[in-house]
Design a protein around this ligand. Structure first.
Ligand SMILES: Cc1cc2nc3c(=O)[nH]c(=O)nc-3n(C[C@H](O)[C@H](O)[C@H](O)COP(=O)(O)OP(=O)(O)OC[C@H]3O[C@@H](n4cnc5c(N)ncnc54)[C@H](O)[C@@H]3O)c2cc1C
Length: 445
């Protein structure tokens, strides 16, 4: 009997003679770790603040009405059906006590023998409270739904005003950050404008809709090859997306975005895709964390601890090939999860553990219908329709659950042939409240 048995109280975790592995976070890393762990040798307790896993790469499709929210999430309990000695508790972990070997939650504290931290990232506004208050990030399902609501509500508001300045403000969408999130988002907005909105809003000149990407460096998709970066640029420009390079947005009050060089762009929507930071749970030594990521060794163990590991986006593993740490992509998280599970299984069997080695399968980003760029791990690059088909296949493959894959496939096929987006709904209308705050038409007219 290990010491955690005495501590278990309100969390109602069954008593066991097996060593207990506590996992924080049921994202890509956490789920793949648990799937591979031999639960005849370990008890697992997973904590997540949500009872579902989010397929983050498709959030932009929910935000732009391409997919319904339930299609890109999967219930955690269902994903791990049949896993014995597995217990899920829907709670956020807000502290770790490495001396007592416990984690703290609002429901009580639980002991662990091994702790696996896989908490992922949250949006980083770099301390800019104004931007945080008024912009739309894209990191959670709630973010995606709020953005969709706002997008279609802005267009409804457009129909109510004849003030040309206000109309242009409502029709301007500024995407900050030219990484995959910004590129995919801008591409999806351009498709909406070019194929869907014209028919929906005949009283407005939708061709005036501006979609702008503002990127701090001098190119798009900095983590991709030069060829992909250039092709993304050409494709977006041909779709009517405006690109601003080497500029930083430093202020946004919900109405006007101001850049570092002083230029201003009035816009009702600013989408923040400029950065994320690791979600660090308080409790470990300061030296274990650098720039909001846990520093891990080749076995994914956090420096200074024998029994605490970090995986995925919240872990930083530097090597000669990856001096800044591995990229924050789903494949790294999945492969880390699988390798750690194999190692912890090996510990129980008296086998040997292996260092984590990332097998780079490459990068992909879609820019719109029939358009994508793909860099393979072996250095090959392709683009256009073949890359787009590869993107569709890969994303369907990694979506959790047969139901989600089927519905998503049908939605994409439907959107492809009809050029339509079925889910352009305002689910939580606030338009009338907003009109009372700032009337959009002159009451005398
Ligand atoms: C908009 C966007 C688009 C992206 N597109 C791509 C793409 O196309 N391809 C790609 O490979 N990667 C993409 N990524 C990156 C990819 O999503 C991440 O690399 C991946 O999600 C990392 O997995 P993870 O398990 O580390 O974290 P996550 O998947 O973020 O999972 C973390 C989990 O931890 C839970 N959690 C957090 N804090 C706590 C706590 N204190 N207590 C309990 N639970 C907690 C969360 O609820 C969540 O379930 C994208 C990221 C973003 C933001």
């Amino acid at each position: 009997m290990t010491k955690q048995k005495k501590l278990q109280t309100v969390l109602n975790v069954p008593t066991t003679n097996l060593p207990r592995v506590v996992v924080i976070g049921g994202g890509f890393a956490g789920l793949h770790f648990i799937k591979r762990l031999d639960t005849s040798r370990y008890q697992i307790v997973l904590f997540d603040r949500n009872n579902f896993h989010t397929f983050i790469p498709l959030l932009y499709q929910v935000a732009t009405a391409g997919l319904e929210a339930p299609n890109i999430v999967g219930p955690i309990r269902k994903a791990l059906h049949g896993k014995k000695n597995f217990h899920f508790r829907m709670l956020a972990v807000h502290g770790i006590d490495p001396e007592a070997k416990t984690v703290a939650t609002a429901g009580g504290s639980l002991g662990y023998d091994h702790l696996v931290i896989a908490t992922g990232t949250q949006t980083n506004f770099f301390g800019n409270a104004e931007i945080a208050k008024h912009s739309f990030p894209l990191k959670t399902l709630t973010d995606a739904r709020q953005l969709r609501n706002h997008l279609f509500q802005s267009l409804e508001r457009l129909e109510l005003t004849s003030d040309m300045e206000e109309r242009q403000r409502l029709l301007t969408f500024l995407v900050v950050g030219g990484g995959p999130t910004g590129v995919e988002m801008a591409g999806a907005l351009a498709e909406l404008r070019n194929h869907v909105l014209k028919r929906d809003y005949p009283d407005s000149d939708i061709s005036l809709m501006r979609i702008i990407i503002a990127e701090g460096s001098d190119k798009l998709l900095t983590a991709f090859s030069e060829a992909s970066s250039e092709e993304a640029r050409t494709a977006l420009e041909s779709m009517g997306v405006e690109l601003i390079f080497s500029q930083f947005v430093e202020h946004y009050d919900g109405s006007v975005a101001r850049f570092k060089d002083g230029r201003e762009i009035p816009c009702a929507t600013l989408i923040w895709g400029a950065g994320v930071e690791g979600i660090v749970v308080p409790g470990l030594a300061k030296a274990a964390v650098a720039k909001s990521q846990y520093q891990v060794d080749e076995y994914l163990k956090i420096g200074g601890y024998d029994d605490v590991y970090a995986l995925g986006d919240v872990a930083q593993r530097t090597t000669e090939k990856w001096p800044q740490g591995h990229p924050g992509v789903a494949q790294v998280a999945i492969q880390m999860g699988e390798q750690l599970a194999k190692n912890i299984n090996a510990l129980a069997e008296g086998g040997t553990i292996k260092a984590f080695k990332y097998f780079d399968k490459g990068n992909m980003a879609t820019i719109g219908r029939n358009r994508a760029v793909a860099d393979m791990g072996n250095g090959q690059h392709f683009s256009g329709f073949p890359a787009w088909i590869a993107w569709v296949v890969v994303h369907l493959y990694y979506l959790i659950g047969f139901r989600n894959r089927t519905f998503t496939l049908f939605s994409w096929v439907g959107n492809y042939f009809t050029y339509s987006r079925a889910i352009r709904l305002v689910m939580e209308p606030t338009l009338e409240e907003k009109l009372t705050e700032v009337p959009v038409t002159d009451p005398k007219v």
